[in-house]
Write a new protein. Sequence first.
Length: 301
Amino acid sequence: MPSYNRSHLKQLESEAIYVMREVAAQFERPVLLFSGGKDSIVLTHLAHKAFFPGKIPFPLLHIDTGHNFPETLEFRDRLVERIGARLIVRYVQDSIDQGRVQEETGPNASRNALQTVTLLDALAEFKFEAALGGARRDEEKARAKERFFSHRDRFGQWDPKNQRPELWNLYNGRKHMGETFRVFPISNWTEMDIWQYIRLEEIEIPPLYFAHEREVVERDGVLLAATEVVQPMPGEQVERRLVRFRTIGDMTCTGAVMSGAGSLDEIIYEVASARVTERGGRSDDKRSEAAMEDRKRHGYF
């Protein structure tokens, strides 16, 4: 890797670690949101480095939709055991059973949006004041509006027009009772930065990110993994293709891309030449022009 990139990545690493240590200093009960995707894996790696040789001083929280890829859950459990972190899992299915949310129906039904209620309930249950997430500003236009310290009101709602200035790396974590923060230490990273950092640090990632043969269904221009929760509709066919995933989330809305990239170097080359955004294969973002911002206003990651 060129020395320029190495220096750039180390600067981003230093910034993220600084933000994490600020969180640990300013809040009594922070938590790290873990999805099993590459961004949350990098975030966990950074937290491990930030507080080494001690353990990460806050738990990891995974909101399980019940429609996660099995590879994601297996990887999550191995990682947590290896680094000795505390893992909290809360399930969307429990929110459905308790009548807190209503499961969607229809051909494009997904539990992705239902995560918000489960997340807000978990934050209230453990009285978490700050939730660290792996969102990046280059992902989506609503993400680009976020500060490092993103204030949320007592209902978990986000107001993009009322955010606090962050001059000279000063972060204001003051809040009233019931209010919380979402904190995004890797806000300034790009998808390319993430992949180059994974290569630099030799970070293990789930095999879903590498090219593999999988049965998929093409729906509205998105290749969805054919599983028990994604069945072909009339006129659709299940085909076996060589694909990989650029993002990993709920199986009902996470699209695959045609790819032969079987190594980190090949993925980096592919990302450099891509003309479709990283979230271009996420069907949940296609529901409306402001789908992500609408979800964030209601408490989404």
